[in-house]
Design a protein around this ligand. Structure first.
Ligand code: SF4
Length: 435
C-alpha cells in the first residue's frame, strides 16, 4: 500500500505544477528540474517530492482506480449530517452553516463548542465536524512516519519525561547511518512519502551534522522531511531548509504566556512563536498546536490556542492530551478525558475548517486505543506512525506507556489501513493545493 497516489502533470503555473488525480486537479510546488507535462510525480504537503516512472505509476494507479472512488462513497455516507441533531441543536447547526459558507468563527463561538456538556449536543458537534472535514478535505488522510533520532534534551519542560530533569533515563543518539537505515526502511520497505525527524534539544548534535543528515536523506530517498528538534534558531532553520527540510513540527503548547513560562523555565512564549513564524516565512509547512489538560487551563484558553494556530498558518494541527510522567514535576496532575480531547479536535475543525489537517496524536491513542477512530469521526484526518527502530522507541519516553511503543511498523500500517478503509478514508495527501 502506498502513502501517496502518483499524479500526472497537466501543466505548469509559475513555481507550481498542475497535477491530475483521477480527474481531480491539484497544485503542488515544484522544485525538481526537467519535469514535463505527462510525467508522473508523487506530491506531499503541496510539494512535488519525486518523479515516478510511467510503468510504476500506472501499476499503482490501476490498483487505486476503483478503490479511490469506492472509499469516497463510503466516507460520504459515513459523514452525513444527522437531520435530527440539526433540528434539535440549532446553535451548533448554525455555526456549521457559518463554517460551510466560508465564514470564520469568533473566539466566543469556538468557546461555546468547547463548553458543550449535553451528550446529545456533543454527538451532533462531532457529527458536524466530520461533515465539515468531508466537505473541505474529502476522504484523504495523511499517514506520515516519525523517527525519533535522539532522546537527549537540554531543556527542562515540566511535563516532559525526556527533559534534562529526568536524570534516571537511559539516553540514546542515533548515528547518521542508523538514521539513514531507519529512513530507508520507512521509504523503501514500507512506502512512506513524508517523515518527521524528531529529537529533544540535543546539545551534542550540531547543525552541521543535521544539515548533512537532511541533505543526504533528500538526495537518497526523495521524501518530504519535517524537522522537530525544538527551538533551533533562525539561522539553523534557514540552513535546514536549504538542506531540504520542508516542514517544522513545533508546538507552542499553550497560548497563555504565564502558563507557558511556568511549564518552560527559562523560555518564553514570545520566543517560541517567533521561531514558528520565522519557519513559516522561510516556507516551511507548520505543524503546531497545544497540550490539552494543563493545570489552570480554561476553555477560553483552548479557544485562543486554536485561534493562534490559525494565525500561525498551521498546516497540520497537533492538539494532544497532557499525560503525566511520574519523574516530572507534574507527576500528580491528572490526565484529561478522551471526550475532552475529541471535543477540542471537533471545535478546531469548525474554527479552522478548510485550513488544516488535524492530527490524531499518539498521546490521545495512549489515553484510549479506540480514540483514534473517535477522533477521525470528529474532524481529524491525519495520523503519524512510529518508524523509530524498536530497540530505541521505548527510551523516547515523553510519557509512559506510549501507544504503538512495541508495534512493528508493518503492524501499525496494517492496523491503520484497516481502520482507514473501514471509514472510507484514503491514506493519501491530496488536500493541499486543492483548487
Ligand atoms: S518538550 Fe521537547 S524541549 Fe521540552 S524537555 Fe521535552 S523534548 Fe525537551
Amino acid at each position: 500500500m502506498c502513502y501517496a497516489i502518483p499524479g500526472r502533470i497537466k501543466g505548469f503555473e509559475g513555481k507550481f505544477v498542475l497535477v491530475d488525480y483521477f480527474g481531480e486537479e491539484r497544485k503542488a510546488i515544484n522544485e525538481l528540474k526537467g519535469l514535463h507535462a505527462g510525467d508522473y510525480v508523487y506530491a506531499q504537503g503541496g510539494f512535488v517530492i519525486t518523479r515516478v516512472s510511467a510503468k510504476e505509476a500506472e501499476a499503482t494507479l490501476s490498483t487505486w482506480k476503483d478503490l479511490f472512488f469506492e472509499l469516497q462513497e463510503i466516507d460520504k455516507e459515513g459523514s452525513k449530517l444527522s437531520p435530527w441533531g440539526g433540528a434539535r441543536y440549532t446553535k451548533v447547526r448554525d455555526l456549521k452553516d457559518k463554517v460551510v459558507t466560508g465564514e470564520k468563527l469568533t473566539r466566543e463561538e469556538t468557546k461555546y463548542l468547547l463548553d458543550i456538556k449535553d451528550t446529545g449536543e456533543l454527538d451532533f458537534l462531532l457529527n458536524a465536524a466530520n461533515y465539515i472535514r468531508q466537505r473541505h478535505h474529502s476522504n484523504s488522510c495523511c499517514v506520515h512516519g516519525i523517527v525519533e533520532i535522539s532522546n537527549y534534551c537540554a531543556e527542562g519542560c515540566g511535563y516532559c519525561g525526556i527533559s534534562c530533569l529526568n536524570t534516571g533515563l537511559k539516553r540514546y543518539r542515533m548515528s547518521a547511518d542508523e538514521i539513514f537505515e531507519a529512513v530507508r526502511s520507512a521509504v523503501e520497505d514500507h512506502g512512506f512519502k513524508a517523515l518527521v525527524l524528531q529529537s529533544g534539544e540535543d546539545p551534542s548534535r550540531t547543525i552541521d551534522e543535521l544539515v548533512f543528515i537532511i541533505s543526504e536523506i533528500k538526495r537518497r530517498f526523495g521524501v518530504l522531511i519535517f524537522i522537530s528538534f525544538g527551538e533551533v534558531g533562525k539561522s539553523a532553520l534557514s540552513r535546514l531548509y536549504e538542506a531540504g527540510a520542508r516542514g517544522v513540527l513545533l508546538r507552542f503548547e499553550t497560548s497563555d504566556a504565564d502558563l507557558f513560562a511556568r511549564l518552560h523555565p527559562g523560555s518564553t512564549l514570545e520566543a517560541r512563536l517567533a521561531e514558528i513564524r520565522h519557519a513559516n516565512e522561510l516556507g516551511y509547512l507548520i505543524i503546531t498546536g497545544a497540550l490539552i489538560g494543563l493545570p489552570g487551563q480554561t476553555s477560553e484558553m483552548i479557544a485562543r490556542d486554536i485561534e493562534l494556530a490559525g494565525e500561525l498558518n498551521v498546516e497540520m494541527l497537533s492538539m494532544g492530551p497532557f499525560l503525566p510522567h511520574p519523574l516530572t514535576p507534574m507527576a500528580n496532575v491528572p490526565a484529561p478525558s478522551v471526550a475532552g480531547i475529541v471535543k477540542a479536535l471537533a471545535a478546531a475543525r469548525f474554527a479552522l475548517s478548510s485550513q488544516v489537517k488535524t492530527l490524531v496524536t499518539t498521546g490521545l491513542e495512549t489515553l484510549a486505543p479506540e480514540a483514534r477512530r473517535e477522533a477521525l469521526m470528529a474532524g481529524a484526518n491525519s495520523v503519524m506512525l512510529n518508524v523509530t527502530p524498536l530497540e530505541r522507541r521505548a527510551l523516547y519516553e515523553i510519557y509512559p506507556g506510549r501507544a504503538h511503543q512495541d508495534d512493528a511498523i508493518q503492524t501499525q500500517i496494517t492496523d491503520t489501513i484497516t481502520l482507514l478503509e473501514g471509514l472510507g478514508r484514503a491514506p493519501t495527501d491530496l488536500s493541499i493545493g486543492k483548487q
